[in-house]
Design a protein around this ligand. Structure first.
Ligand SMILES: Cc1cc2nc3c(=O)[nH]c(=O)nc-3n(C[C@H](O)[C@H](O)[C@H](O)COP(=O)(O)O)c2cc1C
Length: 220
């Protein structure tokens, strides 16, 4: 596939056909994804390939608490899980919110589910002494996750980086025997998408790139 085509059409697939995703294809996908960058090239990623129905059901259950909150915040027109602007959704509202189906179903229906982990003993977190929420640590794992989706796209498959279940990380660690120094970065359903989207909704360059300093003239 042409690189720019792949970048512009790798969408979040959440609906899948009944086609299998064989281990051989998965190995090919991961064999290409592993060329992702990571801080200091430490490559702290680990991937658990889940096909077992009971494990997927458990992962779906662990997605629900955050999916309820996500849905409640969307209904309030908030940016879910944002740490700068506090939510107006109280615990009771969240508890009674029916989570959006599309947030839960993919792990049950995809050909395979990848649990993407990162070994925190090798991750460089250069912002850990700042008073804001950490962002740098994720940069040692999400380029790898994104590479998996690009490689899957190239092989005619697709999936989504999902993180809602990660709010229940200790339970996922106990479910899958993951040690406590290894973070669960994403739960990624993968399979053959029911349809291939080609026009993704993204802001134009002039809306996010400026010259020289914050608020500078748009790069267009
Ligand atoms: C860090 C991150 C976390 C995400 N978490 C979830 C998630 O928990 N569940 C989900 O369905 N999609 C999740 N997504 C997918 C986003 O919703 C998706 O990338 C975005 O809506 C763009 O979708 P599109 O590529 O199909 O246009 C996540 C994406 C990223 C990058």
């Amino acid at each position: 596939m042409e690189l720019f085509d792949a970048m512009r059409t790798t969408f979040s697939a959440r609906e899948f056909t009944a086609d299998a995703l064989p281990d051989a294809t998965l190995v090919k996908i991961l064999d290409n994804a592993r060329f992702a960058p990571s801080g200091g090239n430490r490559q702290g990623w680990n991937v658990i390939v889940v096909r077992d129905k009971k494990t997927r059901e458990a992962l779906a259950e662990l997605t629900k608490p955050a999916a309820k909150r996500y849905t409640a915040q969307i209904q309030l027109k908030e940016n879910p899980f944002n740490t700068v602007v506090p939510t107006r959704a109280d615990a009771a509202t969240i508890a009674e919110t029916e989570p959006m189906f599309r947030l839960i179903e993919p792990v049950l229906k995809a050909a395979v589910v990848l649990v993407i982990c990162v070994d925190l003993r090798v991750v460089a977190s250069t912002d850990h002494e700042l008073s804001r929420i950490g962002v740098i640590s994720g940069a040692s794992i999400y380029p790898f996750a994104w590479n998996i989706l690009l490689a899957a796209r190239s092989e005619g498959f697709g999936g989504t980086i999902t993180t809602l279940a990660c709010s229940q990380e200790p339970k996922i660690q106990s479910l899958l025997g993951i040690p406590s120094h290894v973070a669960v970065a994403a739960v990624m359903p993968l399979g053959k998408p029911v349809k291939q989207l080609s026009k993704l909704r993204r802001k134009p360059v002039a809306e996010f790139a400026v010259r020289e300093r914050w608020g500078g003239t748009p790069l267009a």
